[in-house]
Design a protein around this ligand. Structure first.
Ligand code: ZN
Length: 185
């Protein structure tokens, strides 16, 4: 039975119904929010998201792919909270919004020591196999957003050269539960 991971657990792909393939429940600049008053009201925004997603279901949508990996202010507990309140399947990725520059954390973890995996790959694999953060939600695909100028070469190189990810990708293709996506606006 082909399956796909959703925020509320794995489901048979036959249950997906009508799917919106590229949405963002939230795009946030968390470092800005931590340093400036942006007027963000957590409760208000969560309630607004729940109302809008319920309206989607009423309009005939069954599944939403929230293409929001690291780099867009992803916070999975918030998405889990919303998912519990709506009758929608929500699918989430691992991955990185890199555009021109790779985040410093990954830039400085460039060279893994012998026996270690690349930090980028490590996180991507962990989020698919074990879950995102401390929670149970598993990513279903790897998103590397590129926009019109293409992926940052460093990100592309690090993903392509890693043997583990290449074999992992093959496994995912065989089991039909994930895909590698490069998104363009
Ligand atoms: Zn997008």
């Amino acid at each position: 039975m082909p399956f796909v991971n959703t925020v509320k657990g794995a489901i048979d792909t036959a249950q997906l119904g009508r799917v919106l393939m590229h949405e963002h429940i939230f795009i946030l600049s968390t470092e800005i929010m931590q340093n400036f008053d942006t007027g963000w009201d957590e409760e208000e925004r969560v309630e607004d998201a729940i109302a809008k997603l319920r309206a989607l279901k009423t309009a005939g949508i069954d599944t939403l792919v929230d293409q929001t990996p690291v780099g867009y202010g992803r916070h999975m507990p918030r998405i889990e909270r919303i998912a519990k309140e709506v009758d929608l399947h929500i699918i989430v990725p691992t991955g990185l919004i890199d555009f021109h520059d790779i985040p410093h954390y990954f830039a400085y973890s460039r060279a893994p020591r012998a026996g270690q995996r690349d930090a980028l790959v490590d996180i991507f694999v962990k989020e698919i196999e074990e879950g995102i953060g401390d929670g149970p939600v598993k990513a279903s695909f790897i998103k590397v957003a590129t926009a019109a100028h293409g992926a940052a070469p460093e990100v592309e190189n690090r993903l392509v050269v890693d043997d583990h990810l290449v074999s992992f990708e093959s496994k995912l293709e065989l089991t039909d539960d994930a895909c590698i996506e490069r998104a363009a606006p």
